[in-house]
Design a protein around this ligand. Structure first.
Ligand code: ADP
Length: 471
């Protein structure tokens, strides 16, 4: 049992839904605070600007109504100032002489005593916890000068702002709390399928790969994840199945010659025999051992191909010379069976491949063609360019293969039924007799070259294997 140890970051121990919610709250909190600060600042600015405009308007109005009385100034049309249009209950008007003596006062009493201003403009005063805004304007009528001063209490504004601040201090955390609950619920429901995927994954073991998630929801990210997971399980299950069958078949193939050996040894040892019998037995046993060696070589080769431990040593190969050499190697077998062996390969045809693997591929195919063609038949190998690929056809006029076997021919350990009682192969390469690995190996070699192999066959007429390899 392999135990995976994750090097965990401290934050990864917090469940994802909490982490999502926390990040969401932090972001939302920051946005709300910025928004609240902006709102507060805007409102404060507007309210103060409004007061300042009111004060300035009131001062201008008062200014119009100031007249000179000798060298002092005085409000003339006081009624005008009481006009509702200009009247503002919160305002107090002062009229000061140029040396700061209060000449006249209109409006309500205030805690602000008139002061001699330095210049036309605003000042803010804090008196006994109250805040006041004072606007002073210099007036000159004829030769008399003085000041008009308008005063307003800012407390209502301060109160409004304070109220807003209180509401925000309650409202923002409340909004955050509600958003947090909502966010947590949303995150939990969004992540629920993941919990199910995890549970399914945990319940899957090497011996039970049958379980699937069967996600019913929409085909969103999670739907696709669940589907991908199911597909992956399909592939895993198929691979496991293949592996299991392969191991079983391999064990079976190994056991048959071993059992034969054991039987033979038992019989030989059962009684004393003349020397020649022992020699015969050893010769026979040598054949079985050869079979075993070839079988294990094939298995090893297969395993290395599977694990991609065999990097292809690609090189440009001149096809006419290469195929001629391969044909040379099998021609004694063809001659022995009185088969005609043809070869049609145009000049200047090249393929890019691993020469050792390709020798094995074509030897396997030619070996089979010769093996399954009765005496007097023909075997041919022909190559041509087709759609940027090199197409090599190995044809024979042999026994052929019936249709139902064709789809399985490239599977490992697959043999055509009648052929179960195997005879030793004629070729020394895999002369250990067919275990049904020859075509599987050929197929893997073609695949490793990014090529393709197909088969066409007519029982009692012949078979053609077509190999397509990148030029
Ligand atoms: P084996 O090593 O047993 O020959 P192969 O994988 O090479 O295994 O072949 C699988 C089966 O395909 C063989 O049992 C044989 O029946 C069939 N076969 C392969 N090549 C030919 C051919 N050229 N003609 C007829 N049958 C063939």
């Amino acid at each position: 049992m392999v135990k995976t140890i994750f090097h965990t970051h401290p934050s990864s121990q917090i469940p994802l839904r909490w982490r999502l919610t926390i990040w969401y709250l932090l972001t939302l909190g920051a946005i709300l605070l910025l928004f609240a600060a902006f709102l507060y600042w805007q409102l404060q600015r507007n309210l103060y600007a409004q007061v300042d405009t009111t004060l300035q308007l009131a001062a201008s109005q008062a200014f119009i109504n100031v007249d000179a009385d000798g060298d002092t100034i005085a409000f003339q049309n006081v009624d005008n100032l009481s006009d509702p249009q200009y009247q503002n209950e919160e305002l107090t008007y002062y009229l000061l002489s140029s040396d700061g003596v209060l000449l006249e006062q209109l409006g309500q009493d205030t805690a602000v005593s008139p002061q001699l201003p330095q210049q036309t403009g605003y000042v803010t005063l804090a008196i006994d916890g109250d805040t006041w805004r004072v606007y002073s304007q210099l007036v000159t009528v004829n030769n008399a000068t003085g000041w008009v001063q308008v005063v307003q209490n800012l407390d209502p504004i301060v109160e409004t702002l304070e109220r807003l601040l209180t509401q925000m201090t309650i409202g923002v955390p409340l909004a955050l709390a509600l958003a947090g609950i909502g966010g947590l619920l949303l995150a939990s429901s969004a992540l629920r399928p993941i919990v199910r995927i995890t549970q399914t994954a945990q319940s899957i073991t090497g011996s039970d790969l049958n379980r699937r998630i069967h996600y019913q929801g929409p085909t969103d990210e999670l739907g696709r994840l669940a589907q991908t997971f199911d597909d992956m399980l399909d592939r895993l299950q198929a691979a496991f199945e293949r592996e299991r069958r392969f191991t079983g078949d391999a064990a079976h193939e190994l056991r048959t010659p071993l059992a034969a050996l054991k039987g033979r040894i038992g019989v030989t040892l059962s009684k004393p025999r003349p020397l020649v019998e022992y020699t015969d037995t050893l010769h026979e046993m040598e054949g079985q051992v050869d079979r075993l060696i070839h079988l294990s070589n094939d298995l090893l080769f297969m395993a290395r191909l599977d694990q991609r431990q065999m990097p292809l040593r690609l090189e440009p190969i001149a096809l006419p010379d290469f195929l001629a050499a391969v044909v040379d190697q099998v021609s004694p077998l063809a001659e022995a069976k009185q088969l005609e062996l043809y070869e049609h390969v145009p000049d200047h045809l090249f393929i890019n491949g691993d020469i050792d693997l390709l020798i094995r591929l074509f030897l396997n195919l030619l070996d089979n063609a010769i093996k399954y063609t009765p005496e007097g038949g023909q075997v041919s190998i022909a190559a041509q360019m087709e759609n940027q690929q090199v197409r090599i056809a190995i044809s024979d006029t042999g026994t052929g293969i019936s249709k139902e076997h064709l789809p399985h021919l490239f599977e490992r350990f697959y043999r055509v039924e009648e052929d179960r009682t195997r005879s030793g192969k004629t070729n020394g390469q895999s002369g250990a007799g067919g275990a049904g690995l020859g075509l599987a190996i050929a197929y893997e070699i073609v695949r490793a070259h990014k090529g393709n192999m197909t088969v066409e066959s007519q029982p009692n007429q012949g078979t053609t294997f077509i190999v397509q390899l990148p030029a």
